[in-house]
Write a protein that binds this ligand. Structure first.
Ligand SMILES: [Zn+2]
Ligand SMILES: [Zn+2]
Length: 393
């Protein structure tokens, strides 16, 4: 892949400048207005057809090659996080309490870099490349992939392959991380309301204490991982919020628990969801309380990377000089890139940015998260390479 690596040198300063601009002006989920404007303004002069307002604040770029071929979509998410940046940089976030702590600023810049590379190669390009600049990946509930799909981003022309790249601190600079099959979890959020009967703290026998019942439920839920789920299947359950009560001598009427269940396969997922319901309802009943269990509707699906395509991607990325390809373990985070993968085969892969000498040691989502900018050009080259190879397929 010597060619693209030489060509990207011309664009590298622009890729870094773009990343810094987006970093300085982070925007939260579905508020990516300026980011979208910047993207559209950079795509148009490249001769790329641009549609804005796709699924909210999304931007869709379409580059048609001169030769017939397949349709490949490349995706970058654009949103920032509600985190106060704690890194001193000349281009530190100018927005109080908002930061690109997951590196989506670099995703935007790398995909624009890939667009610059591909636009220059239009004469050799087969098929069509679609650039999906997606809003609101971090939204959790209503991620931006779904509205973009509903807005037709994967159709007309229909996408044959889709690729997404995430920068990560889990692997060192100079490496790509790949995983075929289930790579990221389905994040199922739940809310359990335990309804008891309040009264005086001195007379619990006259009440049904929902806090006591909530405590039993929290403990019993952990039995799902130790006693109910196949121990070789990845699974985790965490209760992350507990709300009840007002004063030290009042037993309240109810208690509310919120938490998350993470699984990597459908059977385990089904079993986990029904176990949460069953345990909460039966434990509550045992102590005379009732409960309402709600799971968030339509959560992000399991991120399933096509095994064959991922193998082909590994071969392509291995040819990029100076870069290694490593196999990743699955992680139990969620990603709405999974929704694009339900429409077309592809893979969600990683670009390492861990670099001790540059202080890039803190994980994604940390207020001290820092990107090693020297890796960005490799991200652009990788995306462009996948587009060039898979459009030929
Ligand atoms: Zn994130
Ligand atoms: Zn992210």
């Amino acid at each position: 892949m010597r060619g693209l690596l030489e060509e990207v040198e011309e664009f590298e300063p622009r890729i870094i400048e773009l990343r810094r601009r987006v970093h300085e002006h982070p925007e939260l989920a579905y508020h990516e207005v300026e980011t979208a404007r910047l993207i559209a303004n950079r795509l148009k002069p490249l001769g790329i057809d641009v549609r804005t307002g796709v699924g909210g604040t999304g931007v869709l770029g379409v580059l048609k090659g001169e030769r017939p071929g397949k349709v490949v979509a490349l995706r970058a998410d654009m949103d920032a996080l509600p985190v106060q940046e704690m890194v001193e940089l000349p281009f530190k976030s100018k927005v109080e309490g908002v930061m690109h702590a997951c590196g989506h600023d670099s995703h935007v810049a790398m995909l624009l870099g890939a667009a610059m590379l591909l636009a220059k190669k239009r004469n050799d390009l087969h098929g069509v490349v679609k650039f999906l600049f997606q809003p609101a990946e971090e939204h959790g509930g209503r991620g931006g992939a779904k509205p973009m799909i509903e807005d037709g981003a994967m159709e007309a022309p229909r996408v044959d392959y889709v690729f997404g790249l995430h920068i990560t601190n889990r692997i060192p600079s100079g490496s790509f991380g790949l995983r075929g099959g289930a790579a990221m979890a389905a994040p199922d959020s739940f809310k359990i309301k335990i309804i008891g009967r309040g009264g005086h703290g001195s007379s619990p026998h006259e009440t049904i204490d929902p806090i006591f019942v909530a405590a039993q439920v929290i403990l019993a839920l952990q039995a799902i991982s130790s006693r109910m789920i196949d121990p070789v299947k990845p699974f985790v359950i965490s209760v992350c919020s507990v709300h009840s009560g007002t004063k030290s001598n009042i037993i309240p009427d109810d208690a509310v628990l919120e938490g998350t269940v993470r699984t990597l396969d459908d059977a385990t997922r089904k079993k986990a969801v029904s176990s949460v319901r069953g345990i909460a309802e039966r434990v509550a009943k045992a102590f005379g309380a009732t409960c309402e269990v709600e799971f968030m509707k339509d959560p992000y699906p399991i991120t399933f990377n096509d095994v064959k395509v991922t193998r082909e991607v590994a071969e392509i990325l291995r040819k990029i000089d100076g870069m290694k390809v490593v196999e990743m373990d699955p992680i139990l985070g969620g990603e709405d890139f999974s929704r694009f993968l339900q429409r077309a085969p592809g893979t969600f892969y990683y670009l390492g940015t861990r670099n001790k000498s540059k202080g890039c040691v803190h994980p994604n989502h940390s207020s001290k998260f820092k990107v090693d900018e020297d890796v960005l050009k490799y991200g652009s080259v990788s995306l462009a390479s996948l587009a060039l190879e898979f459009t030929k397929a």
